[in-house]
Design a protein around this ligand. Structure first.
Ligand code: ADP
Ligand code: MG
Length: 243
């Protein structure tokens, strides 16, 4: 199996607070990995270190066989290869839906407007938002906004998509439409790393579930194993609380 990203001995501290402690894990091509764990366990920080929104305090991030934390490495190039979807959508509110999905392509990938719009329309139709190209974010529901945010990230055609609790800010009735899109993406073979509270999604869609607690990976494995027969007491306790 080809590893898209491999994390070795990753550490992150905020002052004296060590939030990630010696994290080792990898994401294989085409794999869907879900990260679960209590609030404050370090899930977002891990994702933010992977795409370098936070600077790791130590360790390695291996991408295409190279440690991208090496001084000589082109971090900018690396970051364009990762798509990120946030809890709060982070759409450009002054741009319409189509422009939200084209500006990054034109600026970063130097695609022409025509080409960028073609690509954007393809992914807007994947998420079922192609009828809304002229809408402004404020005219959309939360679920629609998040689907546009997913299309925007996909338009960059990244090697891996990172999702940080993409449904946590949504009204309950809108969670399903976003999870449905994510499930379809997973089935299409997209490589995905998903932090989620949606245990049903993790169980059904993940190839591998990673349970984090207090800055460490306590255990990881097939969803059936993690949910039905976890090896660690901490995992059992967490699942008892959330299931
Ligand atoms: P999770 O996503 O699992 O809820 P986080 O990664 O957001 O956890 O947070 C883990 C810990 O790191 C928390 O104790 C949080 O307060 C701390 N933390 C996260 N981001 C920062 C930051 N920018 N500055 C200081 N502390 C932070
Ligand atoms: Mg978080």
């Amino acid at each position: 199996m080809t590893k898209v990203i491999e994390i070795k001995h990753l550490r992150k501290s905020f002052g004296a607070n060590e939030v990630l402690k010696d994290i080792d894990f990898s994401v294989n091509k085409g794999e869907v990995v879900c990260i679960i764990g209590a609030s404050g366990s370090g899930k977002s920080t891990l994702l933010r270190c992977v795409n370098l929104l936070e600077e790791p305090s130590g360790g390695e991030i291996i991408y295409n066989g190279e440690n991208i934390l090496d001084d000589k490495h082109d971090i900018y190039m690396y970051r364009t290869r990762l798509g990120m979807v946030f809890q709060q959508f982070n759409l450009f509110n002054n741009h319409n839906v189509l422009a939200n999905c084209t500006v990054g392509q034109m600026k970063v990938l130097k695609r022409s407007k025509e080409e960028a719009e073609k690509v954007a329309l393809k992914y807007l139709s994947v998420v079922g938002m192609d009828a809304y190209v002229n809408a402004k974010p404020r005219q959309l529901s939360g679920g629609q906004k998040q689907r546009v945010a997913i299309a925007r990230a996909l338009s960059m055609e990244p090697d891996v998509m990172l999702f940080d609790e993409p449904t946590s800010a949504l009204d309950p009735e809108m969670v399903g439409e976003v999870l449905k899109v994510m499930k379809e993406l997973a089935e299409s073979g997209l490589t995905m790393l998903v932090v989620t509270h949606e245990m049903g999604f993790a169980r059904e869609v993940a190839d591998r579930v990673v349970f984090m607690d207090n800055g460490v990976i306590v255990e990881e494995g097939h969803p059936e194993k993690i949910f039905n027969d976890p090896s660690h007491e901490r995992t059992r306790e967490f699942l008892k609380r959330v299931l």
